[in-house]
Design a protein around this ligand. Structure first.
Ligand code: UP5
Ligand code: MG
Length: 199
């Protein structure tokens, strides 16, 4: 069969806003596949024989955004693998991407016409709450960027590079915003309302 064109929801928000947590809950209740760009990059960093491993490690620790050629290849491959396994899995939550102009250009270059971006699910969370959550997680996460120094850089990158992307989608009325400073269940209640409405 021709299969379905991938239907994509971009999931954005600051570091620790709860993107991953909410995506896990969405996957339990709806027919979506969760692809975290950050998780894919961390996997690639750890993969034996990866030529990009060291570069990825440096970028993540510095809270900088990895060149899109690397990220888009990982995302595209993960989407293709998912749809090859089960052609009914054509709905994707792409978590933590696109984070800047370069990401958006790379997406368009590779995916225009190949996937539909339905909307952006935006987890709006105060910076202080984001930082506290990541520092708390840092006690056990083993993530190289869950420390004060990296977090300051991650927040800076978010404000400088990612917020303008969210603003761009807002102009096109493509942003569905949730107040993410509340409890996991309160946030998810709003997420459900959005997804039930969007279909
Ligand atoms: N938590 C979650 N929700 C909560 C709530 N409502 N109340 C209380 N606590 C809550 O949650 C973070 C922590 O908070 C957890 O301990 C959770 O239990 C708790 P999580 O769901 O993990 O939040 P999330 O938004 O996913 O945070 P994450 O740290 O993953 O966000 P980032 O955007 O910073 O990280 P990501 O993995 O996306 O990217 C990491 C790095 O990879 C980037 O800095 C960048 O260097 C690189 N990257 C790229 O270069 N390009 C990309 O496209 C993507 C990443
Ligand atoms: Mg995450």
């Amino acid at each position: 069969s021709l299969g379905m064109k991938p239907q994509v929801v971009f999931v954005l928000g600051g570091p620790g806003a709860g993107k991953g947590t909410q995506c896990s809950k969405i996957v339990e209740a709806y027919s979506y596949t969760h692809l975290s760009a950050g998780d894919l990059l961390r996997e690639e960093r750890a993969r034996e024989g990866s030529v990009d491993g060291q570069l990825i490690a440096n970028y993540i620790k510095e809270g900088k955004i990895v060149p899109v050629e690397i990220t888009i290849n990982l995302l595209k491959k993960a989407m293709e693998e998912t749809m090859q396994k089960d052609e009914k899995m054509f709905r994707f939550l792409i978590d933590g991407f696109p984070r800047n102009e370069d990401n958006l250009e790379g997406w368009k270059k590779v995916m225009d016409g190949k996937a539909d971006v339905k909307f952006v699910l935006f987890f709006n969370c105060k910076n202080e709450v984001c930082i506290d959550r990541c520092l708390e997680r840092g006690k056990s996460s083993g993530r190289t960027d869950d420390n004060r120094e990296s977090l300051d850089k991650r927040i800076q990158t978010y404000l400088q590079s990612t917020q303008p992307i969210i603003e761009l989608y807002k102009k096109h009325e493509k942003v569905r915003e949730v107040d993410a400073s509340r409890s996991v269940d309160e946030v998810f209640a709003d997420v459900k309302a959005i997804l039930d409405k969007e279909g």
